[in-house]
Design a protein around this ligand. Structure first.
Ligand SMILES: NC(=O)c1ccc[n+]([C@@H]2O[C@H](COP(=O)([O-])OP(=O)(O)OC[C@H]3O[C@@H](n4cnc5c(N)ncnc54)[C@H](OP(=O)(O)O)[C@@H]3O)[C@@H](O)[C@H]2O)c1
Length: 291
């Protein structure tokens, strides 16, 4: 018989006992995700290339002593393997992997490549071909897409083990990939071309993983944020410009991002698989998009 009795909110949204790894968890959005989980009872490995940054984040934001800093470069198979060995030894499983580490390089043409009004397409071309531009594409895809895929692949055994140690009944292991609203925008003023295209790929990767991992009962979902305070977004949109840039008139904060990850990671979000969660205060509605 169908039951119409919901769990109380304290159980439905609980992440108590969950074990997670958040890449890029020492700053910005990754730290919001990690802190919201840890402050509500999860154990969270926060990883980044700068050990001092993740150690500082753990020192300043630990509520239960369960934010664990670890150094890792997600573009290196060996470095991810070393992280996995640590997690394997300390816990032997994870319930949640958040592929949040990301970079935005090659800030052209938003920073002012000469446009058609100059009549000089050669100047336009040379701005786009600028020093290091092609290498920046490789680096951007290497972190935002390739590393998200291979980090997931490397963590599969621990995610599979997590399915035998769920933090709550009915909640299967999950990969969450942090993409961006930029991955949907079609306008020419988009952040940068390499970043936008890498984030479109990250969205598709998240959807594809849901299908690829379904036989293992490992879910995959995507978070596509709008503007949140971070090292990456610092100075991109001024406070005065924020009102016009976001229909809700502000950037996102830890309760916005924290609320979403608590939903996805808890029993409340256990039926969410292969989805894209846009969280942008309505910003994407201001642009032509593929969403
Ligand atoms: N803030 C926004 O408005 C916004 C909007 C949409 C999407 N996003 C996405 O949100 C995610 C987090 O970005 P953020 O805005 O919070 O910027 P952020 O503060 O610059 O965070 C990026 C994090 O990724 C880590 N990282 C970069 N390369 C890495 C690597 N190779 N290995 C391990 N960690 C690496 C960085 O730490 P280390 O340098 O120490 O390695 C840093 O902690 C990114 O995927 C970004 O594209 C942000």
């Amino acid at each position: 018989m169908t039951s119409f009795t919901a769990q109380p909110i304290s159980e439905l949204f609980s992440v108590d006992g969950l074990v997670a790894v958040v890449t890029g968890g020492g700053t910005g959005i990754g730290l919001m995700i990690a802190a919201a989980l840890e402050q509500n009872g999860a154990t969270v490995y926060i990883v980044g290339r700068r050990l001092e940054m993740v150690e500082k984040a753990a020192r300043e934001h630990n509520r239960h002593g369960k934010l664990i800093p670890a150094q890792c470069d997600v573009t290196s198979t060996e470095s991810v393997d070393a992280l996995i060995a640590t997690v394997q030894e300390q816990h032997g499983y994870i319930n949640l992997l958040v592929n949040n580490a990301g970079v935005a390089l090659n800030h052209l043409p938003a920073t002012g490549a000469p446009g058609p009004e100059t009549g000089d397409i050669a100047a336009f071309q040379s701005a786009l071909l600028g020093a290091g531009a092609r290498a920046d594409w490789g680096t951007t895809f290497g972190v935002n897409v390739t590393a998200a895929y291979y980090t997931t692949v490397q963590f599969l055994a621990l995610l599979d083990a997590g399915n035998r140690r769920p933090h709550a009944p009915g909640v299967t292991s999950q990969v969450v990939t942090v993409a961006s609203l930029a991955g949907f925008r079609r306008d020419e003023k988009n952040f940068t071309v390499s970043y936008a295209v890498s984030k479109a790929a990250a969205v598709h990767l998240g959807k594809l993983l849901a299908n690829m991992l379904k036989g293992w009962q490992i879910r995959s979902n995507v978070i596509a944020p709008g503007i949140f305070p971070s090292e990456m977004s610092d100075g991109l949109v001024s406070e005065e410009a924020m009102k016009a840039a976001v229909p809700l008139g502000r950037q996102g904060d830890i309760n916005d991002m924290g609320g979403l990850i608590l939903y996805l990671a808890s029993r409340a979000g256990a039926y969410i698989n292969g989805s894209v969660q846009l969280i942008d205060g309505g910003r994407l509605s201001l642009f032509p998009s593929t969403y």
